[in-house]
Design a protein. Structure first.
Length: 195
């Protein structure tokens, strides 16, 4: 079994497979330094660096190791950010959702809540996943709060888990949602979106 990047449609956002055509929109959405504070790479400072980021993501998709998606606002078609399915393990019916970033203008709008609903729904209901993982820098309180609000279950801290940016050591906080938890998580996300 192999998984391919889906297009997922909601009321607020559309998640679509990342392509080179998204470069301009990703560049515009990525200009606020707050967007990159907790990501594992430094903020692209030039169009060439953004192109390298995009090319690497597309290459990973072509290699079948990640499925990068672009988050697009349904109202105006503007690129708001990006997210990915990672750690693809169809043989274990398990996947990670990560590399999620949004332009700060989209924070608090429901865009991230709906994107997580769409991605979790696809993982559990289309791919029949048993487990979806999420992780973040242990110091990233905003992201940890968003994961807890799903609610995903906190599984612990992996100390010195990764080297990020310019060799900075990162402890990672791990969370998960299991298939038998999905109905309650789904109901909570739908409630949060006022549906």
């Amino acid at each position: 079994m192999s998984w391919i990047a889906p297009t997922l449609e909601g009321e607020l956002v559309r998640l679509e497979p990342m392509t080179a055509a998204h470069e301009d929109g990703l560049w515009e959405a990525s200009r606020d330094a707050r967007t990159w504070e907790w990501l594992s790479i430094a903020q692209p400072q030039t169009r060439e660096q953004m192109r390298a980021y995009l090319d690497a993501a597309v290459a990973n998709a072509e290699a079948g190791t990640e499925l990068p998606l672009v988050t697009v606002g349904r109202e105006d078609g503007r690129v708001l950010g990006s997210t990915r399915y990672l750690a693809l393990r169809p043989e274990h019916r398990s996947v990670e959702i990560g590399w999620t970033w949004l332009t700060p203008a989209a924070w608090g709008t429901g865009a991230n809540v709906e994107a997580k609903l769409l991605m979790l729904e696809h993982a559990f209901e289309h791919w029949a996943c048993l487990r979806v993982e999420l992780k973040t820098d242990a110091r990233n309180e905003r992201s940890r709060g968003a994961m807890a609000a799903l609610p995903a279950q906190f599984e612990g801290i992996h100390r010195k888990h990764m080297l990020v940016r310019d060799g900075e050591r990162r402890d990672s906080a791990w969370y998960s949602v299991l298939d038998d938890e999905w109905p309650a998580v789904r109901a909570n996300l739908v409630r949060r979106l006022g549906r």
